[in-house]
Design a protein around this ligand. Structure first.
Ligand code: SAM
Ligand code: SF4
Length: 348
């Protein structure tokens, strides 16, 4: 058996039949079956809307979830009906056990799909191992196609590597490849059309995301915010027929363009117009469960595991925390004092 970080906690043993657990629901009729789990806080980029140049006040490694703690969480939430998992961060590809974690999650029979959100910097080196591990989807964050702007936004000269990563992902067997573009006024809003054109011959989804106020330097307050309505208006100016795709989508408005292989999506992450469809649980890199992106209330799952609380107790903690979810992100925000310093502390 291997030791992770400073503490060793064996994965929880199964003490219940999976089918006996009731799903995670709340008083507004939502069911939560999608876990977004941050596997670290560290990153090899410094996107201006996410982290200052010097980084954030990173947690000690001993506070970060170990391999076995993550496996325990995956097992518990799978029992509770979670069927989709996204590993995020920080930069998940910086975590040495990332392939083991993906492999573990993808072998849980009730988990249908395992996804990862990455900045793409290391992707071309790792794509085969990700495929082998069973990754079903990958979201690559890329806000500009211009090398100088890329340097400005990420504080690193690395557009070439990220495009290499995107290319490798498109050629791989990983089924769902998406590009996350945070739309910013007078920065990349003029590139919306260029990003859309990527979907012409590639079977990918380009997702335009509203800037959110989670950065210690509050870039957010500098007038860069560009709303979902603005993005949609820009899309409609260039594309005559944007056909909405119906389906199980819970976080975005998604469209097909006639003759294009891929799709475009718009995510109202700040305007929060889709909270009624939310199906997500978030767990931070140090194992705190958040029932909303905008909530400051945390349930410490890591400590529950370290204290060897039973699986039944941990499941109850998760159900209880999610049951208390506010009707929308605006209400959740009003319960707390201030925004967090970085998306890496939330589990972007
Ligand atoms: N490092 C990985 C990456 O960049 O894809 C994963 C973690 S990152 C926090 C996850 C996503 O959050 C990225 O798509 C990033 O663009 C987005 N993000 C970070 N800060 C944001 C902010 N203030 N507003 C909107 N999106 C943000
Ligand atoms: Fe790193 Fe992702 Fe944050 Fe950029 S958005 S600094 S790549 S964690």
């Amino acid at each position: 058996m291997r030791k992770d970080n400073n503490t060793y906690t064996p994965p929880l043993v199964n003490d219940q039949s999976m089918s006996l657990d009731s799903p995670i629901t709340d008083r507004f009729g939502r069911t939560f079956n999608y876990l977004r789990l941050a596997v670290n806080e560290h990153c090899n980029l410094r996107c201006i809307y996410c982290m200052p140049e010097e980084g954030i006040n990173f947690l000690d490694q001993g506070k970060i979830l170990t391999t076995n703690e993550i496996k325990s969480i995956l097992k518990v939430v799978a029992d509770l009906g979670v069927s989709k998992v996204r590993l995020t961060g920080g930069e998940p590809l910086l975590r040495k056990d990332i392939f083991e974690l993906i492999g573990y999650a993808s072998k849980i029979t009730t988990i249908d799909s395992v996804h990862m959100t990455t900045n793409g910097l290391l992707l071309s080196d790792y794509i085969e191992k990700l495929e082998e591990a069973g990754l079903s989807g990958i979201n690559i964050s890329l806000d500009t196609l211009d090398p100088e702007k890329f340097k400005e936004i990420t504080r690193r000269d690395a557009l070439h590597d990220v495009l290499g990563g995107l290319n490798a992902a498109v050629k791989s067997n990983i089924k769902h490849v998406k590009v996350n573009v945070v739309a910013m006024r007078d920065f990349n809003n003029a590139e919306i059309h260029d990003f859309t054109e990527l979907t012409k011959s590639n079977d990918i989804t380009v997702r335009f995301i509203e800037l959110m106020p989670f950065d210690s330097h509050q870039i957010w307050k500098t007038g860069k915010y560009y709303s979902a309505a603005n993005i949609l208006e820009d899309l409609r100016k260039k594309i005559k027929v944007l056909s909405p795709i119906s389906g199980s989508s819970t976080e975005h408005h998604i469209f097909k363009i006639k003759g294009y292989k891929g799709r475009v999506a718009v995510i109202p992450s700040y305007t929060r117009t889709l909270c009624g469809k939310c199906n997500r649980l978030r767990i931070t890199a140090d194992g705190k469960l958040l029932n909303c992106l905008y909530s400051q209330q945390e349930t410490n799952i890591r400590d529950a595991i370290r204290q060897r609380l039973s699986e039944v107790t941990i499941k109850d903690m998760i159900r209880e925390a999610m049951g208390k979810k506010m009707i929308d992100g605006w209400t959740a925000q009003r319960q707390g004092k201030e925004h967090r310093e970085s998306m890496t502390q939330i589990g972007g």
